[in-house]
Write a protein that binds this ligand. Sequence first.
Ligand SMILES: [Zn+2]
Length: 403
Amino acid sequence: MKFFPNDPPREFKVGRDGHITLRDCGRIELSPDEQITLVTQAGGQFDVARKEFGFYATPSLNGRLVRFGLRPALVKSPGDLFFILLVEKGSEKLFKEYMADEKQVLICWLDTVASLGAVEKALTGRADEFDSTAVRCICGGRRFQTTFKYSTPPAGEVRFKFSDTKDYRRSIFTCTTCGHMLSVHEMDMSSLYSGQYVDSTYGDAAGLKQNFERIMSLPEGKSDNLGRVDAVCDFAERNFGRWPAGLTLLDIGSGLCVFAAAMKARGFDCTALDPDARAVEHAQKTAGVRAVCKDFLTASDMGQYDIVTFNKVIEHVRDPVTMLARSRRHLKTGGFVYVELPDGEAAAAGGPGREEFFIDHWHAFSTASTAILAAKAGLRIVSLTRLREPSTKYTIRAFLVPA
Ligand SMILES: [Zn+2]
C-alpha cells in the first residue's frame, strides 16, 4: 500500500447549490488482494479490497456491512446519476434530510435478501427460489425464497428454554406465490404456551400485573391497545348499527388481557380465553375479566358471541387456518371476527431483527396471505388495514364475517 497525502487537502465545492466543501485528503494505492478499512467514530466500518480485476467496493451488502452498522442504499440524483450510499444505523433521519436537500430519491435499501432478491429477480428474471418438500405455505405453495437466516437469536428476542441452545438455527422463508413468510426450524416449541411463554416473557403473576398496569396507563396515541380498541368499537358500531354496549366478545389468547379489560370498560361483555393458568388468574383478579383456561383448538362448550377476536395470536400457532376456522362456531348470527397479524411484507424491509420475525411467530403475513387465510377459514374480509403501531410494530388488521 502506498499513501500519497494532499497537504493541505485540496478543497472543492459540491452539492446541488455548491454549499458543501469537500476536502480531498489524498490517494491510497493498493496492490491486488490488499485492503483498507474505513471506520466511523460510532463503530461503523467498511473495507475496500483491491483485486486484479478492480475492487470490491464494499463488503457483502446484506452480511458484513450490516453487521458493522452500515446499511447500503441505492439512490438516484437529478440527471439520472445513481449512487450506493452507506447509511449508519440510526442515522436514517439525517440521510432522509440529506436526500431531500440534494433532491435525491431512495430507489431501495440493498441490505436484505428480500430487497436484493427483488433486484435480482427484476433484472435477471431469476431469483434464488427453491421447491421445498418439507414446508408448505398456507396458500398450498411449496416454492420459497430464503429471506433471513439466523444462527443466534436476534437482539430483543425472548430466550425461551427450548431456544436457549447452541443449535439455534432458523430461517424465514417467503412464499413466492403469496408473499407469506414462515419461520422454519427444528426446535421443539410444543409446550410453549402452557407455561414457558409466560415464564420467559413476563416472569410470574407480578410480572403480568406490572406489564398490564404499564400498558393500561399508556395514553391514546402511544398505546397499540387503545388503537385496536377504537378500531373494534368503530367497526362494531357500524356492523351492529348501534353503540355496542352489552355485546358479547370472546378474546382468544388473552395473555395480559389489556384488550378485554379495555373493551369491558367500554361496555362490552367480555370473556378471555388463554391456555396458561396464570394468564387466566391474572385476567380474573387483576383485569377483572371473566376468563377460562383452555386451548382454543380443543375447547368445546364455549358458547357463542357477537365478536371473536385474535390479537396477535394466530401467528403463534402452526396451523392458522384451523384456528381461525374454529371462530365461526362461536359466532352469533350477524357477528364478526377481528384478526390482528404481523405484517411480514412491510416488516421485511426493516431487516432480520424485526420483532415480527421473532421465534414465537410461525407466520408473518402479506395482504395476499391474509385474504387466503380468511377464505380457507370460511370467512370473508370486510375491511383490511395495514398500519405501523405506536410500538413500531407493522400490523395487518382485518374484520371478517362468515363467507
Ligand atoms: Zn403462499
